[in-house]
Design a binder for this molecule. Structure first.
Ligand SMILES: Nc1ncnc2c1ncn2[C@@H]1O[C@H](COP(=O)(O)OP(=O)(O)OP(=O)(O)O)[C@@H](O)[C@H]1O
Length: 585
């Protein structure tokens, strides 16, 4: 627990930790000594030795002053650490999420991730400020009292020492039972989160297909599962807590019995016996307090483990000293890739791309065509370093992406993919995502080329209209136009383009085509092409089949070859009724 927590303390506050732990140490030992000093004090008072009683009173006062000072130092240090964690932890998690390979997000759903980001971080923030001190003093105080009692009566001290491991074990078993239920509660909450998000996002589809009721049932059943998990966690905490409380009280009774037995044998004077019973009650007090906090401590422990697991998720390796690309030629050399564990599954059976080689020279257009599922989009994702190839290398301007690093690689490319995600911000801010430092005029200029200004004229608040989560307030074609405007604003030398498969309405189609024509002018373009004019005019065409480039060349060369591409072209031209002379792209 403590090790898991220390990992979550921001680097710039780590130096406070020794002070924090030293204060907790002083606090626990001084408190234990103050309790222990009650024994000689009470013995002296009942024995009528007031001089000694005064000396012990002063000793207790000194110990209590030390407790006060240590409590102050510990509370201040705990607050500093806690508030620094509040400031830093979510940012740190956010940054880490941003550097994880995309494959991580397929295994870790939005529900799980948001649970760790929000609820788990809330649970660990209290630890240094509130939970850790009672947890540590619950060990330190009884140990100090047990050791100090050696000077008063070794048999009572021995009883305390013997009962300590029993108390520890009982507490540990109870906590283990409870920890399992807490983990289950955590998972159920993540699943319920996921269902709520999906239920809200999928409303349009659910209504169109009339399957609303079954999804509602799914949502209800995951909420029911969450309720059950919470109830189980609550019930799971009860036996451990009850048994621990009973064992603590039994320990107290055992100590009283030992003291009374010793007193009745004449081994202890009555004043010492009274003093030892008083100290025994203090011996168990911190244990009872820790038991009361045990459910919060367990929850924090599970939360800290989940957060650390997220922070341990392997990021894409970044170069220590990124190199700069010389030009904008994009090359794939023997690239094999599969969507396996860690995105590195390059086993030939599961690979999606097999030994893909090609060069897209600077300023040329490479069209990637092939049947559905042949790996076209995967090829673009690899070029944008969303994933790292299992074998082979990808380079921009002669520098391998691994040496270029993700940031520099992404600076070189503009992406226009089919699944456009817009943030629930204004149109203006959504375009500015392309280049965050761009001036308003630059945003307007890019928007004009992609004809986003026409869309804005119709929106209630113009440029300031919020587009809703995922861009829900805009049509698919309009979202494409915003995405082209983003890419225009970025103005990167390489353009990775996944052309829309579905036909847009004529107005959006014209706007998107015009925007893309401007975007791709003089750029290195790799396009997953669906429009025949795009394919026809490409400098080279790669025909992919089952992850392999089976044909390559210009349109005329491949038609002359009379192979897979020629066949594909024939079928597509006939299906679309397209005539070469009529195209303008
Ligand atoms: N995130 C993913 N996780 C696991 N497998 C994936 C993932 N994305 C794609 N695949 C699989 O990889 C293969 C290639 O997919 P890809 O999307 O690259 O093909 P495509 O040629 O672009 O298909 P389409 O033309 O239908 O878009 C498919 O079998 C697909 O199921």
């Amino acid at each position: 627990m403590i090790r898991d927590m220390i990992r979550l303390v921001p680097d710039d506050k780590r130096h406070i930790l020794p002070r924090y732990f030293a204060a907790v140490l002083v606090l626990g030992v001084a408190q234990g000594l103050a309790y222990s000093a009650l024994a000689p004090l009470l013995t002296a008072v009942f024995g009528g030795d007031l001089g000694t009683a005064w000396r012990w009173t002063i000793a207790i006062a000194v110990a209590l002053v030390a407790v006060g000072i240590a409590r102050y130092v510990q509370a201040m240090a705990g607050m500093l650490i806690g508030s620094a964690m509040m400031r830093d932890l979510r940012l740190r998690l956010g940054r880490h999420l941003g550097s994880l390979p995309l494959g991580w997000f397929s295994d870790n759903t939005a529900g799980k991730t948001s649970r760790v980001m929000m609820a788990s971080t809330n649970e660990v923030l209290r630890v240094f400020a509130q939970l850790l001190t009672p947890l540590i003093t619950a060990v330190l105080v009884p140990v100090t009292v047990a050791v100090a009692m050696l000077w008063v009566d070794w048999r009572v001290s021995l009883t305390m020492v013997i009962t300590a491991p029993v108390l520890y074990l009982v507490n540990r078993v109870g906590n283990t039972l409870f920890a399992g239920a807490t983990e289950a509660q955590h998972d159920a909450a993540a699943r319920a989160n996921e269902q709520v998000i999906e239920f809200a996002q999928a409303q349009p589809v659910l209504r169109v297909f009339g399957t609303d009721a079954s999804h509602e049932r799914q949502l209800m059943s995951s909420l029911q599962a969450l309720r059950t998990a919470i109830r189980r966690a609550l019930f799971a905490s009860v036996p451990g807590l009850a048994v621990f409380t009973i064992v603590v009280q039994l320990t107290f009774m055992l100590l009283v019995w030992v003291v009374v037995a010793l007193a009745s044998d004449g081994d202890l004077t009555v004043p010492t016996a009274i003093a030892l019973i008083t100290v025994s009650s203090r011996f168990i007090e911190p244990l009872s307090q820790a038991a009361d906090l045990s459910s919060a401590i367990r929850r924090a422990q599970v939360a800290a483990r989940r957060i650390n697991a997220l922070l341990d998720a392997e990021t894409i390796a970044e170069p220590a000293e990124p190199l700069s690309p010389a030009g904008s030629t994009l090359r794939f050399d023997g690239v094999t890739f599969g969507y396996g564990k860690n995105n590195r599954d390059d086993d030939d059976n599961t690979a999606v791309l097999h030994s893909v080689d090609f060069e897209a020279p600077a300023g040329t257009t490479t069209a990637v065509v092939g049947p559905s599922g042949s790996g076209k989009t995967t090829l673009l994702r690899l070029a944008a370093r969303f994933y790292v190839p299992g074998q082979g290398g990808i380079s921009i301007g002669g520098v391998d992406l691994a040496e270029l690093g993700t940031d520099a690689a992404l600076k070189q490319v503009s992406l226009v993919f089919q699944d456009v995600y817009l943030f629930d911000q204004s149109v203006m801010e959504n375009i500015r995502v392309g280049r965050p430092g761009a001036t308003d005029d630059e945003v307007f200029a890019a928007a004009r080329v992609a004809r986003v200004d026409e869309i804005v004229e119709r929106l209630p608040d113009g440029w300031d209209t919020r587009v809703g989560e995922g861009g829900a307030a805009l049509s698919g074609g309009e979202r494409q136009r915003v995405s082209v405007a983003r890419a225009l604003l970025k103005d990167a030398p390489i353009v990775l383009l996944d052309e829309a498969t579905s036909a847009l309405d004529p107005q959006n189609e014209a706007a998107v085509v015009a925007g893309i024509r401007e975007l791709t002018r003089d750029k290195t373009v790799v396009v997953v092409a669906h429009r025949l004019p795009t394919i026809r005019h490409a400098d080279q065409i790669l025909f992919l089949d089952a992850g392999q480039v089976v044909e390559r060349g210009s349109h005329d060369e491949l038609i002359a070859l009379g192979g897979r591409y020629a066949d594909f072209w024939d079928k597509r031209s006939t299906a679309s009724g397209w005539r070469l002379e009529a195209t303008t792209f």
